[in-house]
Design a protein around this ligand. Structure first.
Ligand code: C2E
Ligand code: CA
Ligand code: CA
Length: 685
């Protein structure tokens, strides 16, 4: 899952605060440094001014006293003190500028200060030729001292001679530095004041930067939150779109699914040009074979490829290609011209689809049957009618031998009309007890003794016998087959119960149950109800399930049969040999008997595949204690071929055609060698 939480402000705040502190500290330091440099500059300037003024004071004194007269040191100091007291710069209300004028070490020149640094500086001055003033600033004894040393140059001969005279030797020459004026200033208070200003500056700028930064971050965060929200919305929309897509599309091929196809079809019928609507149903031939022999990956690849090919073949007619499920595809388009008529498009579809394709090391040649219907034809007046018509055409195409196409025509139309009629009349026929039940005997092949009956539905509609194959298929698609199956069971069970009571012999009955009936969750319960109400012995009942039903609805069949087996109901696998299913797989369902399909029996000849297969199957089933019922036995030759194979039961016209109920008692009396008169007494009694 993607994390959809919005970003929080807390880490951003801390970051902003740290940045603000750093920036404010930086600016405060710069501010402090600028103040100090500025102040230093000012104080230096002041001091130099002071020295100049002292010099000019001395000059005035010299002028008054005569050029060559020495100026007493204390007099000089007086002048200096005069300037000091009128201090140019004041802080905290007190003058803090001092001027000292020490002389050479050991030579009093009016000051008694003994400053080692002074001697050094004077020595430096003596070595220098330019005699530039020296400025220094130091922390001394907890005070910040700013000091300017200006050399006192021997500018006049009188100064030189005076000094030398005082020293008693020739030390100085004209131009030598004989001493220095020292102007000191205590900058401690200024530095503290500057620090205070810097602190104020620091906190002030901290507040400003933090506010600016915070606002910026808040704005960024807002933008981020908006972006996140947009992202979340986008993700939600994408998920919704995907969900929506999957609701309306087939995930394997990406084609629209049945639901979307039906919606599109309905929309197409609302348009004025609905009369040219053409529908095609495409069904892959032998797809199951590909799946079973090459695996599901091959089957999937085949479906994807066919989907692409159908799209390519119908691009020019702008058809919607949908996958209805399994190997069934549906197409719908408007046949506005000769080029886009069904009969013109279908060959192009066939040509495209049936090109060989490669899958891993296999070469597969897809084959398909196509059924076409146009909305202007009799049946295609509504979306469902159009699809039914295409389905009928498809069915007809399959009947023609596969890998071909068939258009819905008058013959098919008649067939569809008939199906419609049958579907409409069947529920009433069941309700009104119009369906008859015929019982076909089964005999043990070893001694031809009666073994039981299979119940088969019979229906005469408007004077015509409808084949069970036809009306059962229709009952399956119209959803009434379960009612029909239960109806036949009830009728057969009631009849067999009465007959058995009358004749004093057990009458086992086999009843067919359609795959579609297993859709109902209450099937087992419904069968139990019928057994209960008819009083038929469950142990005499066998339920026949076709191979395809067993494969398609394995779980439902197992559940239903499992519940009924507890009461003694038997199960039979019907029409075995018609599908491709593996026997091992089917045997997991614990059938009590297996019925070999009559189509299979019809093709039995001495020594052929079917013959060998039946013999092996019989041997195997004998070991598993499963009965083998051979259907559709019509000749003695067939029995001869089956001679010696296990515990076999036979069913077929050779023994008896399916019997109307009124003929059953007579058959049974003959089969069981019961006297005629006793039977009549039995039924009448
Ligand atoms: P089925 O279950 O295989 O039933 C056997 C079919 O073979 C019957 O066809 C029977 O008349 C026919 N038959 C029996 N012996 C021979 C023979 O020697 N030669 C030939 N050619 N045919 C023989 P019928 O009665 O037409 O039923 C066809 C199918 O309809 C049944 O095949 C069964 O699948 C289905 N059916 C019939 N009644 C019911 C029913 O009540 N419920 C369900 N679900 N299906 C039924
Ligand atoms: Ca059957
Ligand atoms: Ca059968």
């Amino acid at each position: 899952m993607t994390d959809l939480t919005l970003p929080s402000l807390a880490p951003e705040k801390t970051k902003t605060l740290l940045w603000s502190i750093a920036i404010a500290l930086g600016t405060a330091l710069i501010f402090f440094a600028v103040l100090r440099v500025e102040e230093n500059h000012i104080s230096k300037h002041e001091r130099l001014q002071l020295v100049e003024m002292t010099d000019s004071f001395v000059a005035v004194f010299s002028d008054a006293r005569g050029e060559d007269s020495p100026i007493p040191a204390h007099f000089r100091r007086l002048g200096i003190e005069h300037f000091s007291s009128t201090g140019q710069v004041e802080r905290d209300g007190r003058a803090n500028t001092q001027m000292r004028m020490p002389g050479l070490p050991g030579l009093e020149l009016g000051t008694s200060e003994d400053d080692p640094r002074l001697s050094e500086v004077i020595a430096e001055f003596s070595d220098q030729s330019n005699h530039a003033p020296v400025h220094e600033q130091h922390w001394e004894n907890g005070r910040l001292i700013s000091r300017t040393l200006v050399p006192s140059i021997a500018e006049k001969e009188t100064c030189v001679s005076c000094h030398n005279t005082l020293l008693g030797e020739e030390v100085f020459q004209l131009g030598d530095a004989m001493g220095a004026y020292v102007v000191e200033r205590d900058m401690t208070a200024n530095a503290l004041a500057d620090a205070k200003y810097a602190a104020v500056w620091f906190f002030g700028s901290l507040a400003v930067f933090w506010l600016i930064g915070f606002r910026e971050h808040a704005r960024n965060l807002h933008v981020l939150q908006l972006k996140s929200q947009v992202k979340i919305e986008e993700m939600k929309n994408a998920a919704d779109a995907k969900e929506k897509f999957l609701l309306s599309h087939d995930p394997l091929t990406g084609l629209p699914n049945r639901k979307l196809f039906n919606e599109h079809l309905r929309d197409c019928f609302d348009l004025p040009e609905r009369n040219t609507l053409t529908a095609a149903l495409v069904d892959l031939d032998d797809f199951k074979l590909v799946n079973d022999t090459m695996g599901h990956a091959a089957g999937d690849a085949l479906l994807v490829e066919v989907a692409q090919r159908l799209k390519a073949a119908t691009r020019e007619v702008d058809a919607m290609v949908a996958r209805l499920g399994g190997d069934e595809f549906a197409l719908i388009w408007n046949a506005r011209n000769a080029f886009s008529l069904g009969a013109a498009v279908a060959p192009r579809m066939l040509a495209q689809v049936t090109r060989p394709m490669e899958f891993e090391n296999w070469s597969i040649t897809p084959k398909c049957s196509i059924g076409l219907a146009c909305a202007d034809q009799g049946m295609g007046q509504t979306p469902s009618e159009l699809l039914k018509a295409a389905d009928a055409a498809l069915y007809s195409a399959k009947g023609l031998g596969k890998n071909t196409y068939q258009e819905y025509d008058k013959v098919i139309d008649a067939c569809m009309q008939r199906q419609k009629t049958i579907a409409a009349r069947l529920p009433d026929a069941i309700r009104n007890d119009d369906i008859r039940v015929a019982l076909q005997p089964q005999v043990n092949l070893s001694n031809r003794q009666f073994r039981g009956f299979e119940a088969l539905a019979r229906w005469r509609l408007d004077g015509e016998d409808i084949s069970p194959d036809e009306f059962i298929t229709i009952a399956e698609s119209s959803g009434v087959v379960k009612d029909l199956d239960l109806y036949v069971l009830k009728k057969a069970a009631r009849f067999a119960r009465t007959l058995s009571a009358d004749m004093g012999v057990p009458v086992p009955i086999s009843v067919n149950v359609s795959a579609k009936s297993f859709r109902s969750l209450s099937l087992a319960e419904d069968i139990q109800d019928i057994l209960w109400t008819t009083g038929f012995d469950p142990e005499l009942l066998t339920l026949e399930v076709t191979e395809t039903a067993a494969m398609e609805k394995m779980e439902a069949v197992q559940a239903t049969m499992g519940a009924l087996r507890k009461q003694g109901v038997r199960s039979a696998l019907d029409d075995f040999g018609t599908g491709y299913s593996s026997l091992a797989y089917l045997l997991r369902m614990e059938f009590d008997e297996i019925k070999i399909d009559r189509e299979f029996v019809r093709d039995i000849h001495a020594g052929n595949d079917n013959h060998i297969l039946v013999r092996h199957l019989a041997d195997m089933l004998c070991q598993l204690d499963i009965d083998l019922v051979v259907e559709g036995i019509e000749t003695e030759e067939q029995i001869a071929l089956l001679h010696g194979v296990g515990n076999r039961v036979g069913q077929g016209y050779l023994f008896s055609r399916p019997l109307e109920l009124e003929d059953v008692e007579g058959y049974l009396r003959t089969a069981l060698n019961l006297p005629e008169s006793a039977a009549q007494t039995g039924t009448k009694g």
